[in-house]
Write a protein that binds this ligand. Structure first.
Ligand code: ADP
Length: 622
C-alpha cells in the first residue's frame, strides 16, 4: 500500500527556482546522485567494519539507461534507506542554509544572470534530479532490513512511499527524463560527466550496458589520498600536468594532510613556467576544491589570496558541506582556516627554496615575482613574510638579492634600504642617482616592476629598516662611512665646496623657473652634471608611468634640478657668470636640464630646439 505525503511548505516553489536557475548547469545532477551513492557505500563499509552488518562487500555504483522508456538509473550497493529514512531525508529539500538563500533571492524578485550563476554553484543534492526528470523513483533496501521501499515523486506536489521488491541492499534511483534531457541517455555524455566531476570517487562507477556488460567510467585516481611516500615524482608530475593542463615539471609540490580543527588534504603545485593567463585581470584562483573526493568547484577564490593564483592542484576536505553554496563558501570559517595554513605552507616552501635551490628559485621568481609582489601591496597580513621571499636587483650585485641579504651588506652607518625606481632597469646602470652611493660603496636596490611603486607606497619598512627612494627628496649620506675610509668630515668639506656654484644655480633657476620646482647644488652627484629628483612626497618614476598610461597628458609635479658644483662645466659656468659674462648662459641652462631628462629615460621637452642648441654648442667647441 502506498502512502501519500505532501512536501514541506514552499518546497515546490523553491524547486521551481532551482530548476529555473540551474537550467544551463543541469548536468550537475549526476555528480550529486553519484556522490550520494558513494557516501552510502562508505557508510555501509564503515558499519561492516564495526561488525554492525554482516559480511564484507565491494562497493560499486552503476549507471544504466533504457532509451525507449527514457529512463536513467543510478544504482549503488550502499547502506540504503527504509521508509522512515525516505520520508525524513527525501521529504525536505536541500540544507536549511541553501533554502534560506534561495528564498532570499526569490524575495528580491529579480533573477539576474549572475544570481542564476550563483545558484548554479549550489549542490541542491538529491533534488537536482528534478532538473532533468519529470518523475523520480528511489527504490531502496536498508542493510539491516528485509523490506524494500519505493519513494516516487514528480517534484511538484509531494511524494509517495510504498513497499517494493528489491533483492540487494542499496539504492536504485530512476529518473524519467524530461524530453529536453535525452542527452543523458547517451553513454558518451555520461562517461564525460563522470570524468569531469566524479573521476576521483574511490569506488568503481560502471556503465551497465543492455547486455549486462560493465564498463569502468572513473579512474579513482585521487592521488592526493595516497601517502606521499607511495607516490613517485613522475606520478606527481603527470597529475600536475593533467590538473593544470601544463607541460612543465612543477617548481614545488606540496602534499600534506592536516588534521585538527579543520581537516584537509592539499596536493598543490607551484608551476615553474608561468601560465598564459597569469595576468588576466580577474586574477582568479584555479585550485580545485573537493569534498571527500567529490569535485565541488574550481572557482573558490577564497581558498588563497589573489597573489597566490599561480598555485595549481587540489584541496580535499570533509569539513565543507557538499551542498554549500559558493556564496557561503566565501564566508566559511573552514575555508578561512584552510587558506591561512596554505599561505603559511607556500611561503615557507618559497623560503626553503631560496636557501636550498637558489637557481630554481631564481627561475620561479623570473616567472612569478611580479605576481608575488602584488601580495606585498594587498596582503597586509602576510606582507613581512612575502617581502622575506622577494628577490631584488641591486646596483652592485650581479645576482638578485633578498632584503635580508641586502641588509646584511649595509655599509657602516647605513640605516635605510635605498632603492631607485626606474621604468627600465637599463636606465639604472650609470644613472646619476647612483653616483653618490657608488662613491661610498653603498648598494641600492633597482626596482623596475610596475607593481613596485604601489607596494612601496604602503610599506613603510622591512624589519624596522625604512625604504628610501634615492630619486626623491634629499638623501643624506653624510653619516655613512665610505668603503675607502672617507668619513663624515670629508663629506662636510664636499658640501662646503657646493657653495661655489651659487651664481650658476641662480641663473639656471631663473631660466627654468616655469619648469622645475627648484634648482640646487647636489650632495650626491659625483660624475654627472645634473639630475632631476622628485620632491620627498611626490611620485616615483613608475607611479608616474602608471598615471601616464591612464592620462596621456599627465605631467606629474615639477622636479627639482640638482647640479653638480664639482663638475668642471658647472664650475666654469659659475666663473663666467660671476665675471658678468652671460653669453649663452640660457642655452647652457636649457641643455643641462634636457640632458637630465634624457638620463632618466624621458623625452626632452622640445627635441628640435634641443638639437639646435646642442649643434650650436658643439660648433663653438670646434
Ligand atoms: P546530502 O547528501 O547533502 O545530505 P541530499 O539531498 O543529496 O543531501 O540527500 C539527502 C539524504 O538522503 C542524504 O543525506 C542521505 O541520508 C540520503 N540519501 C540520498 N541518496 C542516498 C543513497 N543513494 N543511499 C542512501 N541514502 C541516500
Amino acid at each position: 500500500m502506498s502512502e501519500q505525503y505532501q512536501f514541506a511548505a514552499d518546497t515546490g516553489k523553491i524547486l521551481d527556482i532551482v530548476i529555473d536557475s540551474l537550467y544551463s548547469q543541469k548536468e550537475i545532477f549526476l555528480r550529486e546522485l553519484v556522490s550520494n551513492g558513494s557516501d552510502a557505500i562508505s557508510k555501509r563499509q564503515f558499519d561492516s567494519l564495526q561488525g554492525a552488518a554482516a559480511g564484507s562487500f565491494d562497493g560499486m555504483i552503476s549507471i544504466a539507461v533504457d532509451k525507449k522508456a527514457k529512463r536513467l538509473t543510478i544504482t549503488d550497493n550502499g547502506i540504503g534507506m527504509n521508509d522512515e529514512d525516505l520520508k525524513s531525508t527525501l521529504g525536505t529539500i536541500a540544507s536549511s542554509g541553501t533554502k534560506a538563500f534561495l528564498e532570499q533571492i526569490e524575495q528580491s524578485g529579480e533573477k539576474s544572470n549572475s544570481q542564476s550563476q550563483l545558484i548554479g554553484q549550489f549542490g541542491v543534492g538529491f533534488y537536482a534530479a528534478f532538473m532533468v526528470a519529470e518523475r523520480v523513483e528511489v527504490l531502496s533496501k536498508k542493510s539491516d532490513s528485509n523490506q524494500a521501499f519505493c519513494w516516487a515523486s514528480d517534484g511538484k506536489s509531494g511524494f509517495t512511499i510504498s513497499p517494493a521488491d528489491k533483492q540487494d541492499t542499496g539504492t536504485a534511483i530512476t529518473l524519467f527524463l524530461k524530453s529536453d534531457a535525452k542527452e543523458y541517455l547517451e553513454e558518451e555524455r555520461i562517461a564525460h560527466l563522470i570524468k569531469k566531476y566524479s573521476d576521483h570517487i574511490s569506488f568503481p562507477i560502471n556503465w551497465l550496458d543492455k547486455d549486462g556488460e560493465l564498463k569502468r567510467l572513473n579512474a579513482s585516481t585521487a592521488l592526493w589520498t595516497k601517502p606521499a611516500k607511495d607516490i613517485s615524482e613522475d606520478e606527481y608530475k603527470s597529475f600536475y600536468n593533467s590538473v593544470s593542463a601544463s607541460y612543465d615539471a612543477p617548481f614545488a609540490t606540496l602534499h600534506n594532510k592536516t588534521e585538527g580543527v579543520v581537516e584537509f588534504t592539499n596536493l598543490l603545485f607551484i608551476p615553474s613556467v608561468a601560465p598564459y593567463d597569469l595576468y588576466d585581470p580577474d586574477r582568479k584562483s584555479k585550485l580545485q576544491l573537493y569534498v571527500n573526493r567529490v569535485f565541488i568547484t574550481d572557482q573558490c577564490d577564497e581558498l588563497v589570496p589573489k597573489w597566490m593564483r599561480f598555485l595549481r592542484g587540489v584541496i580535499d576536505t570533509p569539513d565543507v558541506n557538499l551542498n554549500v553554496s559558493r556564496e557561503m563558501l566565501q564566508h566559511s570559517p573552514v575555508i578561512t582556516k584552510i587558506r591561512k595554513s596554505l599561505v603559511k605552507r607556500v611561503l615557507s616552501e618559497l623560503k626553503k627554496s631560496i636557501e636550498k635551490r637558489r637557481d630554481a628559485y631564481q627561475n620561479f621568481w623570473d616567472g612569478f615575482g611580479r605576481v608575488v609582489k602584488e601580495g606585498i601591496y594587498e596582503d597586509a597580513e602576510n606582507r613581512a613574510k612575502i617581502l622575506e621571499v622577494s628577490f631584488f636587483k641591486s646596483a652592485k650585485s650581479s645576482t638578485m638579492l633578498t632584503l635580508d641579504e641586502y641588509i646584511d651588506a649595509f655599509a657602516e652607518g647605513q640605516e635605510e634600504i635605498y632603492y631607485l625606481s626606474v621604468e627600465d632597469p637599463v636606465l639604472a646602470s650609470g644613472s646619476p642617482h647612483l653616483e653618490g652611493f657608488e662613491a661610498k660603496g653603498v648598494d641600492v636596490l633597482i626596482l623596475s616592476d610596475p607593481v613596485d611603486d604601489f607596494w612601496l607606497a604602503n610599506t613603510a619598512d622591512y624589519k624596522g629598516k625604512t625604504f628610501r627612494s634615492i630619486s626623491r627628496g634629499d638623501v643624506d649620506l653624510t653619516g655613512i662611512k665610505s668603503a675607502d675610509g672617507k668619513n663624515a668630515d670629508d663629506d662636510q668639506k664636499a658640501a662646503d665646496e657646493t657653495k661655489s656654484a651659487d651664481t650658476a644655480v641662480a641663473k639656471i633657476k631663473d631660466v627654468l623657473s616655469a619648469r622645475v620646482a627648484d634648482v640646487k647644488p647636489s650632495k650626491n652627484l659625483a660624475k654627472s652634471v645634473a639630475r632631476l629628483i622628485a620632491d620627498e612626497n611626490a611620485m616615483d618614476a613608475q607611479m608616474e608611468r602608471f598615471m601616464r598610461m591612464h592620462d596621456a597628458d599627465f605631467k606629474g609635479a615639477p622636479k627639482i634640478l640638482e647640479v653638480n658644483a664639482k663638475h668642471p662645466l658647472i664650475a666654469a659656468l659659475n666663473d663666467r657668470l660671476t665675471k658678468g659674462d652671460f653669453a649663452e648662459a640660457d642655452d647652457f641652462a636649457e641643455l643641462i636640464y634636457q640632458s637630465a631628462l634624457i638620463s632618466d629615460g624621458k623625452q626632452v621637452d622640445d627635441p628640435h630646439t634641443f638639437a639646435e642648441k646642442l649643434a650650436k654648442v658643439m660648433q663653438k667647441a670646434l
